[in-house]
Design a protein around this ligand. Structure first.
Ligand code: AGP
Length: 610
């Protein structure tokens, strides 16, 4: 995700744009740029790297005089973070300038068509397609509004746009679909922004743009249109947030904000890779024949990324009948692993900079292995050094403890396992279709769970003083228990262990005593009775059991002390739903203990040391 801003008014635009971008850096910080109309020309400065470089280059905006402009801070999705790929983007004579937050899913086809029509591209981005497409339709219709509506009808994907037309210097054009966009109004001028923080110090009167709405801002008026160019009446909303809360979208912590961004992270990760009910993963770089030749998958990662690998083992082996090995990167690189040329190595990493995972990648590469990266940060070291990279489009994850990137990694694995399963004949086309339908339903099921966090909050407040909390589960539920336990440990500092439910009785059960909290995860229907037995084992030793189970499993209430239900989904995807209450549990325990949820002690967002 990226951040866009725009201003038209009496003040110098560049300083206002830079200040707004500062408040949006949490949305992306790979590169930044601004464009300002100085009365004769539209002048532009854009650089890779942090916003501070742009501020230095423009002397805080003083080198770009003018009272109308747009700006952008980038979270790269298409094209590495570079000066050329930085926004704004423009048409060939720089008469149309665009900043964009979102993903144009059909940009490749549109780009080929524009190239055939003689357009020349300078960047690797999807956004540049918009600049040339606007040029094409503006030349044809001589109307910026008509050009914009034509583009909106042509593109697929998500966008929040800020556009300057040199022929219309007194206006800013903007539109949105699926990416957030607000319009701000004040006596000193009018604004567009991706989010409230960018303009809160200038105005608290904002209009929230709906999908496929257009705003045309002039100095003294703002007009709204629909995609049919019909005028719309919109009512401004008075923002009463304080500035600090605003950067977190009104949430108290980035952690909670990112928990709630998980449905969108999954949609953004899977939607661009599902075309007419077919999974298309171009970046995998493998034909179906090559997929069939894979003899083993080796998944290597650290921390939560490793936990997605543990989950992926159950999913790949279940859906695609591919043998999977999972290893901690810090172990893998020193154990002289055994693999052959038909082993696919997958390195999973949110940051793409984790030293152990990067070293494991280099070790695999040195052995001539084909390496696929599943990475969230575009252009990161692991993304650049892997043979192929499948990005998770979760957007920047600020909280040290991962949530939305973890969920997006699971979603990437679901896509891969379905694609492998169908290609290798391990599943029928009907099963594939049914699973794909279940996968597409996940985000809305996640939203349903997240609607009611009070139940978990009340329960969490009973365990603020706990010394030990155990998480148990079988199969996929065990994989989830690993992540649930780590979330609790890293943000609440309470000791916790995740255990295969069937293994507890082989020793560790000696630690269970009166009042010990055991979180039993039970989403795998075939294993319901087994997990009930495990619950009874710990109950007889005094444990207090919180059961986390699918809504059809009512028997478990007879043995658990507190039961949290999640919607029913395909067993292979249940982990994506079960993790949500566990993230919220960890959050409220940490909050109740008065800890720094977003920056826990001893931790870093990216562990770039060994
Ligand atoms: C997860 O909440 C932790 N912050 C940590 O375990 C993290 O998953 C691990 O360090 C791997 O980081 P990466 O995904 O950026 O490689």
């Amino acid at each position: 995700m990226c951040g866009i801003v725009g201003y038209i008014g009496d003040e110098q635009a560049a300083p206002i744009l830079l200040n707004g971008l500062t408040k949006l850096e949490y949305r992306g910080y790979d590169s930044a740029g601004v464009a300002v109309y100085d009365g004769a020309e539209i002048r532009m400065e854009k650089v890779s790297g942090r916003l501070a470089r742009l501020k230095e280059l423009t002397d805080g905006g003083l080198t770009l005089p003018g009272t109308i402009g747009i700006g952008h801070t980038r979270w790269a999705t298409h094209g590495s973070p570079s000066d050329t790929n930085a926004h704004p983007h423009f048409n060939s004579d720089r008469s149309i300038i665009v900043v964009h937050n979102g993903i144009i899913e059909n940009y490749s086809a549109l780009k080929q068509d524009l190239i055939r029509r003689g357009y020349e591209f300078v960047s690797e981005t999807d956004t540049e397609v918009l600049a040339h497409l606007l040029d094409r339709y503006y030349r044809k219709y001589k109307s910026p509004l008509e050009a914009l509506t034509r583009v909106m009808q042509k593109v697929e994907g998500s966008y929040a746009l800020g556009i300057l037309f040199k022929d219309f210097p007194g206006q800013i054009f903007s539109a949105r679909k699926d990416s957030p966009l607000i319009v701000g109004q004040s006596p000193e001028g009018n604004f567009i922004a991706s989010d409230v923080p960018a303009i809160l110090q200038y105005t608290r009167d904002v209009f929230y743009m709906n999908n496929e709405e257009i705003a045309v801002l002039s100095r003294n008026e703002i007009k709204f249109y629909n995609v049919d160019e019909e005028l719309l009446e919109k009512t401004a909303v008075r923002i009463d947030w304080d500035i600090n809360a605003a950067e977190k979208g009104g949430y108290e912590h980035f952690f909670l904000k990112e928990v709630y961004e998980q449905p969108k992270a999954i949609r953004d990760t899977i939607s661009p890779r599902i075309h007419e009910n077919e999974i298309v993963i171009e970046e995998l770089g493998m034909t179906d024949e090559e997929i069939c030749r894979v003899g083993k998958i080796m998944i290597v990662a650290c921390g939560s990324a490793y936990h997605t690998g543990v989950m992926a083992k159950y999913i790949f082996e279940g859906l695609a009948r591919v043998p999977v090995e999972v290893d901690l990167a810090s172990e893998y690189r020193y154990r002289d692993p055994i693999f052959d040329r038909n082993t696919l190595v997958i390195i999973v990493s949110q940051s793409g900079e984790t030293a152990d995972s990067l070293a494991a990648l280099r070790e695999s590469g040195a052995n001539g292995q084909k390496v696929l990266g599943i990475v969230n940060v575009v252009g990161s070291s692991i993304a650049r050094e892997a043979d192929n990279v499948m990005y998770t489009w979760a957007g920047p994850e600020i909280s040290v403890a991962t949530t939305k990137a973890y969920s997006a990694q699971l979603a990437a694995f679901y896509l891969l396992a379905l694609k492998f399963g169908l290609a290798r004949g391990a599943m029928s086309r009907d099963s594939y279709q049914a699973l794909l339908d279940d996968l597409k339903r996940l985000p809305e099921q996640m939203e349903a769970i997240l609607k009611d966090r009070q139940q978990i909050q009340r329960f969490a407040n009973r365990y603020l003083a706990a010394d030990h909390i155990f998480f148990i589960g079988r199969g996929i539920d065990y994989a989830i228990s690993l992540e649930g336990s780590l979330k609790l440990k890293e943000i609440s500092y309470i000791h916790s262990e995740a255990y295969a439910a069937g293994e507890l009785k082989h020793g560790t059960i000696s630690l269970i005593e009166e009042g010990t909290l055991v979180v039993a995860i039970s989403t795998q229907e075939s294993l319901y009775p087994k997990t009930v037995s495990n619950i009874e084992e710990v109950k007889t030793r005094g444990a207090f059991v919180m059961a986390l189970t699918s809504e059809d499993n009512r028997d478990i209430e007879k043995v658990s002390d507190f039961t949290v239900y999640i919607p029913k989904t395909n067993r292979y995807f249940a982990g994506s739903l079960a993790i949500l209450p566990l993230q919220l549990f960890a959050y409220y325990v940490s909050l109740g203990r008065g800890l720094d949820v977003d920056k826990p002690r001893n931790l870093a967002k990216s562990v770039t040391v060994e």
